[in-house]
Design a protein around this ligand. Structure first.
Ligand code: AHR
Length: 659
C-alpha cells in the first residue's frame, strides 16, 4: 500500500515537474555588448508615397474641390450645373489649364444659375472649422458688381455655410473668402450660386480647410500629414510607384509640371483610374497640387531625406510591350536633363535657373537632396541600358548624389537575378527591392539578408507589405506581426539594408484600388493600421548601431526557431539597448536576454517597454475602432545583467535596457 502510494506520488510529482519545466522553459539569448555593430542609417525606416487610392488628390492634399479648373477630359466631371453655364477656353488666364466657365443670368426671374462640386466622394466639413474658398473670376456683362453666394451643403441638401462674394473687376482676378461650417458633414457639396443679372467667368474654384498642416494655404490635410510625421521617417520616397512610369510616356509623372503656381499645373491622368478594371475610378486625375515643391517641404518638415524617383524613359513594362512604347536609348537626353534639373531645383543656388524657381516659390535655402531613384519596377536589358546614361550624367555633375536602381517587381526570379549584377556593374548606391507577399513569406524570410553580399550596393526595401489573401488582404494583426518578425532581419542586417518603406501609404475607404495600405481615411477621420504602428515602433526605436543577438545555445540568429524572432540595437544617444522580440506562437514564451561582456559593476535598468498583442490574428483597426490594436506598455524585469520577460502569445515586444 505504502509502496503504491509512493509510486503514485512520484508519478504525480514527475508530471508536476514536467509541467512546470514546460511552463518555465526559458528561451535564452545573448546580446554581446562588446561588439557595437554597423551604424544604422538615419534613412533606415521611412515612407513611400504614391497618388493611389486617392492618396494625394482627395487625400493628403487638402483641396476639397475635384476638377477645380474644369480641365478633366470631361470638363464638368465632378460638377452639377443648373441654369445657364457654358464651358469656354478662349482668353483663359492659365494656358496649361485653359478651360473655364461662364455663368449667366438664365433669363427668367424665377430661374437660377449655379454649379455644385461633389468633392472626392463628398466634401468633409467640420462644425465651426473655417474654410478658405477662392475662385478666379471676372465680370463679363451686367451693371455694377456681379455676385455669387458660396454655400456648403450637407447630404440632406441643407445649407451649412454661406457667404456672398462680389466679382467686381472685368479683368481676371483671384477672389477669396474664409467661412465657417455650421455643422459636421462627411459627404457635403460646395455650391456656387450666381445671384445677379449679368454674367461672370470663373476658373480654378478651390476650397481648403484653413487648418492645414503647418497652416499652409496650398496645404496638406493636417491629420494625415501629422500621422506621417509621427512615424519619424528617415526617408521619404515620392511620387511612387507605377505612377512614375505612366501607362504611356505621355502620362508619366513629369515633375516639371508639378511646380509653380498651382493654377497652371496641368491636369494629368491618374493611371490608377483604369489600372484595375474591377476597381475602375473614372474621376481619378492628378491635379499636381501636391507637387515636388510641396513634397520637398513635407520632407523637410518631417526631418526625412527626400528620395524622388523619376522616369527612366520606360513606360510601365506591365502594360507596354516592344521598344516602340519607350524612349529609344539614344534619345534619352531630355529625361536625363529632367533628373539633373530636379537636383538643381532641390539644391541649386538661387542664381541657377531651377534654384531660382525654388526660391520664387518661397524656399531660397536648398533642400539638400542626397538621393535620387531612376526607374520604378523596371526590368531587363531595356532598363539597364537606359539607366546607364543617367548614372553617367548624374555622377559627372553631382558625384555625391546617391543613386537608387531597381531589381524589378519581384523579390526573386529571372528579372531579379539579372538586375542585381547589372546594378553592381553600373555601381548604383542602392537597389530597390519590392515584395508584396503572404505572411508566411515574411516569416520565412527573416533571414533573407543574413547572407547577402556585403560589398554593396546597399538594399532599399522600397515597397513591401504582408498580404493575407484569405481575408481579402486586410491590414490585420497577422500581416502586421509577420512584418514585425521580418523587420528583425532588416535591423540585424542594417550594415547593408539602408532603407525600407512599407507600401502603399494611404487609402480612401470609398476610393481604393489597392490594399492593404498603411493609413485609411474618409473625408473626416483616419485610422492607423497595426502595420502603421509596427513601422512607427521600428522608426522610433531604431537606435544608432546594430547589435548581435543570438541564441545562447548555438549562437544562431533568432529567425523563427521556437516561433521567436529577435534583433537588438544600441542607441548611443540615450546609452541604451533596444531589444525587439516577436512571438508568433499561440503560447506565452519566457525569454532571457543576457547582456554579455558588460563590465562587472555595470548596472542595467529597465526603460520603456512596449508590446502589440492580439489573440485574434484576424483582428483589425477600423475608422470606428481605431484603437483596437495599438502599442501598449509591456512588462519585463532586469535580473543582474539580463533582461527577463514573458512574451505574450502573438506579440511584438520592444524592451529598453539602460546602462
Ligand atoms: O504600391 C502599389 C504598386 O505596387 C506600385 O505602384 C508599384 O511600384 C507596385 O507594383
Amino acid at each position: 500500500m505504502v509502496k503504491n502510494y509512493l509510486k503514485i506520488m512520484s508519478l504525480a510529482s514527475l508530471i508536476a515537474f514536467g509541467q512546470s519545466a514546460v511552463a518555465q522553459q526559458v528561451h535564452e539569448f545573448n546580446l554581446d555588448t562588446k561588439k557595437v555593430g554597423a551604424p544604422i542609417q538615419s534613412t533606415m525606416y521611412g515612407l513611400f508615397f504614391e497618388d493611389i487610392n486617392f492618396g494625394a488628390d482627395g487625400g493628403l492634399y487638402a483641396e476639397l474641390v475635384k476638377n477645380r479648373s474644369f480641365d478633366f477630359p470631361q470638363n464638368l466631371m465632378g460638377w452639377y450645373t443648373f441654369g445657364k453655364v457654358e464651358v469656354r477656353k478662349d482668353n483663359s488666364p492659365f494656358d496649361r489649364n485653359p478651360n473655364y466657365l461662364i455663368l449667366s443670368d438664365p433669363g427668367h426671374a424665377h430661374k437660377r444659375t449655379g454649379i455644385e462640386n461633389e468633392g472626392f466622394r463628398g466634401i468633409g466639413f467640420k462644425k465651426d472649422a473655417t474654410y478658405r474658398f477662392s475662385v478666379w473670376g471676372k465680370k463679363v456683362s451686367g451693371d455694377g458688381d456681379q455676385k455669387i453666394r458660396v454655400e456648403f451643403i450637407n447630404s440632406k441638401n441643407d445649407i451649412i455655410g454661406s457667404q456672398e462674394l462680389a466679382i467686381n473687376s472685368a479683368d481676371w482676378k483671384k477672389y477669396e473668402v474664409v467661412m465657417p461650417a455650421k455643422a459636421t458633414e462627411e459627404k457635403g457639396r460646395l455650391r456656387i450660386f450666381f445671384t445677379t443679372g449679368g454674367s461672370i467667368a470663373v476658373d480654378h474654384v478651390s476650397l481648403f480647410p484653413t487648418d492645414t498642416y503647418k497652416g499652409r494655404e496650398n496645404g496638406l490635410r493636417k491629420d494625415l500629414a501629422e500621422a506621417l510625421a509621427d512615424i519619424h521617417p528617415g526617408i521619404f520616397r515620392f511620387p511612387g510607384g507605377c505612377i512614375v512610369e505612366g501607362t504611356d510616356l505621355d502620362t508619366r509623372y513629369d515633375w516639371k509640371k508639378t511646380i509653380g503656381p498651382v493654377e497652371n499645373r496641368p491636369v494629368n491622368e491618374n493611371r490608377w483610374h483604369y489600372t484595375f478594371p474591377h476597381r475602375f475610378f473614372p474621376d481619378y486625375f492628378q491635379s499636381y497640387g501636391l507637387g515636388f515643391y510641396e513634397y520637398f517641404l513635407l520632407s523637410e518638415d518631417m526631418g526625412a531625406e527626400p528620395l524622388p524617383v523619376l522616369s527612366c524613359g520606360l513606360a510601365c513594362q506591365y502594360q507596354n510591350e516592344g521598344e516602340h512604347c519607350h524612349v529609344p536609348v539614344g534619345e534619352l537626353d531630355s529625361y536625363v536633363q529632367d533628373a539633373l534639373d530636379l537636383i538643381e531645383f532641390a539644391n541649386g543656388p538661387v542664381t541657377s535657373a531651377w534654384g531660382k524657381v525654388r526660391a520664387d516659390m518661397g524656399h531660397p535655402e536648398p533642400f539638400n537632396l542626397k538621393y535620387i531613384g531612376i526607374g520604378n519596377e523596371q526590368w531587363g536589358k531595356e532598363y539597364s541600358e537606359r539607366l546607364e546614361p543617367f548614372v553617367k550624367a548624374i555622377r559627372a555633375k553631382y558625384p555625391a548624389m546617391k543613386i537608387v536602381g531597381s531589381s524589378g517587381p519581384s523579390a526573386d526570379g529571372k528579372e531579379f537575378d539579372y538586375l542585381w549584377p547589372e546594378m553592381k556593374r553600373l555601381k548604383v548606391d542602392l537597389v530597390d527591392e519590392h515584395y508584396y507577399k503572404e505572411p508566411d513569406w515574411f516569416l520565412n524570410n527573416a533571414a533573407r539578408y543574413d547572407n547577402y553580399d556585403r560589398k554593396g550596393p546597399a538594399v532599399f526595401a522600397g515597397e513591401y507589405a504582408s498580404h493575407d489573401h484569405p481575408t481579402g488582404k486586410q491590414n490585420n494583426f497577422l500581416s502586421a506581426l509577420s512584418e514585425a518578425a521580418f523587420m528583425t532581419g532588416l535591423e540585424r542586417n542594417a550594415d547593408i539594408v539602408h532603407m525600407c518603406t512599407y507600401a502603399p501609404l494611404f487609402a480612401h475607404v470609398d476610393g481604393w484600388q489597392w490594399n492593404p495600405d498603411m493609413i485609411w481615411f474618409d473625408n473626416l477621420r483616419m485610422m492607423k493600421t497595426p502595420n502603421y504602428y509596427v513601422q512607427q515602433i521600428y522608426a522610433q526605436n531604431k537606435g544608432t548601431n546594430a547589435m548581435s543577438l543570438v541564441w545562447t545555445a548555438d549562437k544562431k540568429a533568432v529567425t523563427g526557431q521556437e516561433s521567436l524572432y529577435a534583433s537588438a540595437v544600441y542607441d548611443k544617444d540615450t546609452n541604451c539597448y533596444i531589444v525587439k522580440v516577436v512571438n508568433t506562437s499561440d503560447k506565452a514564451k519566457d525569454v532571457k536576454v543576457t547582456l554579455a561582456g558588460a563590465k562587472k559593476n555595470a548596472t542595467f535598468t529597465l526603460g520603456d517597454c512596449l508590446k502589440m498583442q492580439n489573440s485574434d490574428m484576424k483582428a483589425i483597426n477600423t475608422l470606428d475602432a481605431p484603437m483596437n490594436i495599438v502599442p501598449r506598455k509591456a512588462t519585463a524585469a532586469i535580473e543582474g545583467n539580463a533582461l527577463v520577460a514573458k512574451t505574450e502569445p502573438q506579440s511584438f515586444n520592444i524592451y529598453k535596457i539602460k546602462l
